[in-house]
Structure formats: structure tokens, C-alpha cells
Design a protein around this ligand. Sequence first.
Ligand SMILES: Cc1cc2nc3c(=O)[nH]c(=O)nc-3n(C[C@H](O)[C@H](O)[C@H](O)COP(=O)(O)OP(=O)(O)OC[C@H]3O[C@@H](n4cnc5c(N)ncnc54)[C@H](O)[C@@H]3O)c2cc1C
Length: 379
Amino acid sequence: MREKAEAVIIGGGVTGCGTAYSLAKKGLTDVVVLERGGLCTGASGRCGGGIRQQFTTEANIALAMESVRLFEQLSEELDTDIEYEQGGYLIIAYEDDVDQFRKNVRLQNSLGLHSRFITPAEAQEIVPLLNTDPIAGATFCQTDGHANPFRVVHGYARKAQEMGVEINKFTNVTDIVAVDGHIQAVRTDKGTVKTDTVVNAAGAHSRDIAAMVGVDLPNKPYRHEILVTEPLEHVLDPMVISFKTGIYFSQQKHGSIIGGIGDPEEPSSYNLSGSLRFLKRMARTMVELVPAFGHLNVLRQWAGLYDVTPDAQPILGWTEGVDRFCQANGYSGHGFMVAPKVTELVAELIVDGKPSMPIDDLTLSRFEGEITGEAYVVG
Ligand SMILES: Cc1cc2nc3c(=O)[nH]c(=O)nc-3n(C[C@H](O)[C@H](O)[C@H](O)COP(=O)(O)OP(=O)(O)OC[C@H]3O[C@@H](n4cnc5c(N)ncnc54)[C@H](O)[C@@H]3O)c2cc1C
């Protein structure tokens, strides 16, 4: 492991590896990534791979739209097929969602996103197997979609390494040394790296990393469970999602359905075990929307952690009180889809001193004032 580096990134998920790649692209290659497991050990390797731009806050819509622009060229840029499909996101609307969803579409359209409110019949044209009985409509955006997170993370990591970044797997960060608010070094179980710049991309463990220098992040970890079915013939183009029931599912290139459902009764914890309760709730809710899936066999289920902030928006940028300590966490369940733009912005902040898009609304200090929460969250 290098003894010193211009920047140290903690976390080898999509944020850490994406930031390493973005820094290297900007010419900063004296960078060390520290990951306590393998790449994708955290949420990045456990997520649904969904990529949507239909949000309810301007900051999330802008980050997601810019990220889609970057996803569209990422396979070519990383020399790897990231299995990116733009089959759209169909957001199910129930009767009492309709007025708010129409407003959300107006906000999205005003920012240049081509989302639209559609009738149940139009929704069924997009998903022929959809049971439209319980629904009042949907919103749809064709340029939403999904990609393979493993391919994205490993693609970023490989390119960053080719440009000179050092990635250390199975290296646990145990402390950050700071004197008078200035970072001196990062300690690990494999040795110490001297640096004055640290990116906290430790996902649901970002709060513990921040605590090492006395910074209190408001992030909380929540278990989210997800499953994959046996493959079937192609029947589903978009990701189908409902914020009311918390369900989402899409069909992958190889034919399997991957999907999950949020649980309002889930307490904050680092629990990663699978539950029968999830399987039952997931099966019941999915089969209500797509009865034909009733015969599908589930191959595997697993769990990952959402890193949730009080307004369900990420925490990005420098930290008051600790010089050159950059936050890149708190994605609240949608960090994969915004990673291309977020990691570019973090690299711009570190190298140029200023990101190309304002991130003032996303810094840690926003919690000192009034906050507007993102509503489109799988809770
Ligand atoms: C079930 C589920 C479904 C999801 N679906 C979607 C989706 O469809 N679309 C979407 O955009 N997002 C989704 N998400 C959210 C998404 O997975 C995360 O927001 C995103 O992967 C965060 O990436 P990250 O790199 O910031 O964090 P992570 O991928 O969690 O990476 C953080 C890394 O830091 C490492 N680390 C922690 N502590 C230390 C330490 N002390 N020393 C060294 N390393 C450390 C961890 O091992 C981990 O690998 C989902 C999440 C879950 C759990």
C-alpha cells in the first residue's frame, strides 16, 4: 500500500470507484481507495440497478438527468457492456396519488425531463401483463432504465487502476488522524496512508467514518431485501414501481425478474439477514400487479443497507470544521443511479475547487436550516 497519496477514498462501491475514475480522468492519479471487503461488498453489489430521473426535488432530478447522459456513454467509455437498458420507469399511481403525481410531472417537465402522466390503458400498452384494476394511472419516462451494478463498479475500478489509482481491497479503515481540523493520515489494519484529503464513500458506514474526526452525520442504516426469480421469456421493458406499496421490479437481460419491497416496520439496523416476511409481502404485492408472475420460482433473496438521510437526498461536498473532508454518501436508496454525476462533481470539487453544478443544497450544513424532503423513496 502507498505510504502517502493526494487523496484517499474510503469505500469500494459505485461512489468510491466512480470517484477514483473521475479523479484519474481529471489527471489526479495519486489516489488510494480503501475497501474493507471486495469491490461491491456494500449496497452497490446488492442493489436493483434501477436508474430513474422521476424525482420530486430539483436537486435529485438534475443529478439523475445528468447521470443518465453519462450512463448513455458509459459502456463505451469503460470498454465494458454495463447492460444498460432504457426501458423506462412506470410509476404506479393509485387514486389519491393522481393530483400530486401530475404536479410532480409538471416539475420534471419544467426541468426538461420527458415524463408524462398516463391512463391505466396506456400503462397496459407498456406492460401488457399489468393488472390495471387497482390503479388510477401511472407516470412514465422512457429514458429511465437499469444497468448491471457489478459491471459499472468493476469497469470504473479497472479504468482508474489503468490510469494509476491504487485500490486496496480487504483493508479496513480504523481511524482518521486530524490535527486542528486538518487531516494528516488514514489508518487501516494494513498500515497508514498520509494524506490531507479524504472522500467518505463508505455507504451505510459513512456515519462511523465521519465520527472518526468528530463529525456527526444524520445518516441511518436500514435493511432492504430483494430477490431474483428464475429467468423467463422477455415480458417486461420498464422498471415497475409503486411508492405506496414500496415495490419495484424489472426484467434483466438474462430474463430474471429482480425486485424488492420496502417495509415501513423495518427498524434502523445493520441487519443483513433474509426474512420470510419479505418473501410473502413481495410475492403478494407483485402478483397483485402482475398475476402471471404467480407461477415464478424465486432463485435467491438477499439484503443490503440503505444509507438514509432526513430528507432522502445525498450529502455531498466539504465538511465544516474538518478541512478537505468530502462527503459522498446518504443516498437513501438511489445512489447507483446518480453515481456518474455525483462522482464527477466530487472530482471537480477536489481538483478544481468548484463543481460544475451547484451542490449547496446537498452539503451537510443544509440540516442546520429548513429542509425539503424527496417524496419518491422506496421506504
Ligand atoms: C436492496 C437494495 C436495492 C437498491 N436498489 C437501487 C436501485 O435500483 N437504484 C439505485 O440507484 N440505488 C439502489 N439502491 C441503493 C444503492 O445500492 C446505493 O445507494 C449505492 O450502491 C451506494 O453506493 P456507495 O458506493 O455509496 O456505497 P456502498 O456500495 O455501500 O459502498 C460502501 C463501501 O464502503 C465499505 N466500507 C464501509 N466501512 C469501511 C471501512 N471502515 N473501511 C473500508 N471500507 C469500508 C463497504 O464495505 C462498502 O463496500 C439499492 C440498495 C439496496 C440495499
